[in-house]
Design a protein around this ligand. Structure first.
Ligand code: PEP
Ligand code: MG
Length: 590
C-alpha cells in the first residue's frame, strides 16, 4: 500500500464513466496487478533467510502449477501443444535468474517481490532486444511466469479472479478482457476500474454479462481498501464510497424503478422490430461465446451480427484447435438457426492480448496500430486456416456468415479470400461438407476501408461497420484511454459523413450494411444510424429491448430527417443535441 494514500470514511461520490448499466452495493475486492502495486518494504538482515525461503516455496508452487497445466494440455491436445510449458519450466529453474534475485535481496534488503520483479524486468528487456526472433519471443515466457510467481508470492494464484471476487465489487486499475470474461454475474457484483472507456473490451464483456460497471475513476484504487462498502451506479457513472443510509434508500428506489422499466422493455421486445411507418429492421446480437446464444433468444435478437471469436482464444491457455472451434461455431449456429450467425475471424491484439499466446505476440508501443486482427492472421496462416476451416465446416449446420476484422483495403481482403479459397479446396478434396454459398463480409473500421468502400463492396457480400474502432481511428482517440474519453464523439461531423459514405457505396453495389459497434446498442444513436440508411444493428444482448423499443416508437421518415439534419451540423455537440431531442420526444419510456 502506498503511504500517501487518501482515506475517507464519510460518504464521498467519485465521478467516472457509465460503462454498464445497473446498481450494486457491496464490499470492495481490490484487484491490484501492475508493477507499482507490488508491496514495498525492507527486510532486516536477520529475516532475509526467511524471505529467501518464501521465494523458494513460491518457485516450487509455481513449478507444480505449470507441470499440472502442462500435463492437462498434453493429455487433451498432445505433446506439441504442451511444449510451451517447457519454456516456462526452464525459466523457473534458471539458476542465474534465481541467484540474481537472492543476491538482490542480500544487497538491497528489499522484499523479495521487488527483488524478483526487478531481476525479471532486466531479463525481459535483455531478451526483447535480441535479434533472433525465437529468443526474442522468450521474453513473453519470462513475463508470463514472472506474473504467476509474483501472484504466488502475494498469495493470489490459487484462486481465479472470479473466485476472489464472489459477491464483491471488483475495483482495479484495469482488467483484461479475459479476466472480465472469467467473472460472471454470480461472482462479481460490479466492476470499477481507474482507467478504461465505454468501448474497451473488458467493458463490452461486463455489459454482456449484465454486471454494472463504472470506468475511468482515476484514483479509486488508492482511495479504497478491501472490504470497504461502496455503491456503484452504472447508469450515471458514479461510485459512492461509504454510502449513507439515505443514499442507500434513494438508490433502492431508483433500482426498483429501473428494474420496472427493464421488465416493460423486455415484455415489449417480444414484438417485431418494425417502425411506426412499417419499416422492418434487423436487430442482432454481439456475442463472445457460443453459450451466449441463449441470451440472444432471451432478449429476442434476430440472430448474431457479431461473434467475437477471439474470446475463445482469450479464455484458453493455448490456441484452440480447429475441432474445438468447429464445435463452438456449430453450437451457436444450431442454437439460433434459421437466424444468421455472423462469425468474425480472430481479432487478437490491441486491448486483447492472449495470455496463453505470449509467444505469438511481441510487445508493441502502439498495439491498436500494430499486429492486430487480420494482420496477425495473415502472418499466421496455420492459425488462420484452422479457424477458416472450422467456420466453413460449421456452415453446414446453420445460417453462418463469415466476416473479417480490420480490413484496410482491397488487396488485404483479396489475400484473406485467397486463404479462404485454399481452405474450401482442402475440405472439398476430403469430401467434408460446407456451405458453398457462404456469405463473406468485411468489417469497415479503418478509415482507409471506409474511403475505399466502393472497391471493397465489389469483393464481398456485406459490410459491418465497427464504430468503436472507426471512431478511434478517425478521431485519433485511443478507445481505452479515460483521459480523452470525452473527445470520443460518435456524432462528430467526420464520423457522420464517413458513415453516410459507406452506406451510399454499399447500397450502390447492392450490399447490406450493419453497424456492430457500441453505437448501435444506444437508443439515442440507433434512429440516426437507421436514418443514415444502415440496414441492420447488432449489439450486446441486454441492450436489444431498449433499441427495439426505440425502433418501434419512431417513424423511418422521421429518422431520415434526423440524419439529414445531423449531417448538416458543424459540430458534434449540435448533432448530439438533435439525437437527444429525437430520443426525448419520440422514444423515451417512463
Ligand atoms: C468495433 O470496432 O466497433 C467492433 C465491433 O469491433 P471490436 O469492438 O471487437 O473491436
Ligand atoms: Mg473493432
Amino acid at each position: 500500500m502506498p503511504t500517501d494514500e487518501i482515506r475517507e470514511t464519510t460518504e464521498t461520490t467519485l465521478p467516472g464513466i457509465a460503462a454498464s448499466p445497473g446498481i450494486a452495493h457491496g464490499q470492495v475486492f481490490l484487484h491490484l496487478q501492475n508493477d507499482l502495486e507490488l508491496p514495498a518494504h525492507d527486510i532486516e538482515p536477520a529475516r532475509r533467510g526467511e524471505e529467501a525461503a518464501r521465494f523458494e516455496r513460491a518457485l516450487l508452487a509455481t513449478r507444480q502449477q505449470v507441470q499440472k497445466t502442462k500435463a492437462e494440455v498434453e493429455k487433451n491436445l498432445g505433446a506439441d501443444e504442451a511444449r510451451i510449458f517447457d519454456a516456462h519450466l526452464l525459466v523457473l529453474e534458471d539458476h542465474a535468474l534465481i541467484g540474481e534475485t537472492l543476491r538482490e535481496l542480500e544487497t538491497t534488503g528489499h522484499n523479495i517481490e521487488r527483488c524478483f520483479h526487478r531481476v525479471a524486468q532486466r531479463y525481459i528487456a535483455a531478451f526483447e532486444n535480441i535479434e533472433d526472433e525465437y529468443l526474442r519471443e522468450r521474453a513473453g515466457d519470462i513475463r508470463d511466469v514472472a506474473q504467476r510467481l509474483l501472484q504466488n508470492l502475494l498469495g493470489q494464484a490459487a484462486q481465479s479472479l472470479g473466485d476472489l471476487a464472489k459477491g464483491r465489487v471488483v475495483v482495479a486499475g484495469d482488467i483484461t478482457p479475459s479476466e472480465a470474461a472469467g467473472l460472471d454475474r454470480s461472482e462479481a457484483l460490479a466492476i470499477v476500474t481507474d482507467s478504461g472507456s465505454k468501448t474497451s473490451h473488458a467493458v463490452i464483456v461486463a455489459r454482456s454479462m449484465r454486471v454494472p460497471a463504472v470506468v475511468g475513476t482515476r484514483d479509486l484504487t488508492r482511495r479504497v481498501r478491501n472490504g470497504d462498502w461502496v455503491l456503484v451506479d452504472g447508469y450515471e457513472g458514479k461510485v459512492i464510497l461509504h454510502p449513507a443510509e439515505q443514499t442507500l434508500f434513494r438508490y433502492g428506489q431508483i433500482r426498483l424503478a429501473k428494474k420496472n422499466i427493464e421488465l416493460r422493455l423486455l415484455e415489449a421486445s417480444r414484438r417485431p422490430a418494425v417502425t411506426r411507418d412499417g419499416a422492418a429492421v434487423a436487430l442482432r446480437a454481439n456475442i463472445e461465446q457460443a453459450g451466449e446464444a441463449k441470451l440472444v433468444r432471451e432478449f429476442h435478437g434476430d440472430g448474431v451480427g457479431l461473434f467475437r471469436t477471439e474470446f475463445l482464444f482469450l479464455s484458453s491457455p493455448r490456441v484452440p484447435t480447429e475441432e474445438e472451434q468447429f464445435q463452438a461455431y456449430r453450437a451457436a449456429a444450431e442454437a439460433l438457426a434459421p437466424a444468421p450467425v455472423v462469425i468474425r475471424t480472430l481479432d487478437l491484439g490491441g486491448d486483447k492480448p492472449m495470455a496463453g499466446g505470449a509467444h505469438l505476440f511481441a510487445r508493441e508501443a502502439n498495439p491498436f496500430l500494430g499486429h492486430r486482427a487480420i494482420r496477425f492472421c495473415l502472418d499466421q496462416p496455420a492459425i488462420f486456416k484452422d479457424q477458416l476451416r472450422a467456420i466453413l465446416r460449421a456452415s453446414a449446420h446453420g445460417n453462418i456468415r463469415l466476416m473479417y476484422p480490420m480490413i484496410s483495403g482491397r488487396e488485404e481482403l483479396a489475400r484473406a479470400n485467397a486463404v479462404l479459397d485454399e481452405c474450401r479446396a482442402e475440405l472439398k478434396a476430403k469430401g467434408v461438407p460446407f456451405n458453398a454459398d457462404l456469405a463473406v463480409g468485411t468489417m469497415i473500421e479503418i478509415p482507409s476501408a471506409a474511403l475505399t468502400a466502393d472497391l471493397l463492396a465489389q469483393d464481398c457480400d456485406f459490410f459491418s461497420i465497427g464504430t468503436n474502432d472507426l471512431i478511434q481511428y478517425l478521431l485519433a482517440i485511443d478507445r481505452v484511454n479515460d483521459r480523452i474519453a470525452h473527445l470520443y464523439e460518435p456524432t462528430h461531423p467526420a464520423v457522420l459523413r464517413t458513415l453516410k459514405h459507406i452506406v451510399t457505396q454499399a447500397h450502390r453495389r447492392k450490399i447490406k450494411v450493419s453497424v456492430c459497434g457500441e453505437m448501435a446498442g444506444d437508443p439515442v444513436y440507433a434512429p440516426l444510424l437507421l436514418g443514415l440508411g444502415v440496414d441492420e444493428l447488432s449489439m450486446t444482448p441486454p441492450l436489444l429491448p431498449a433499441v427495439k423499443f426505440a425502433v418501434r416508437a419512431m417513424k423511418m421518415t422521421d429518422a431520415k430527417k434526423l440524419a439529414k439534419d445531423a449531417l448538416k451540423q458543424e459540430s458534434a455537440k449540435a448533432a448530439q443535441a438533435l439525437c437527444e431531442k429525437f430520443h426525448r420526444t419520440r422514444v423515451k419510456v417512463d
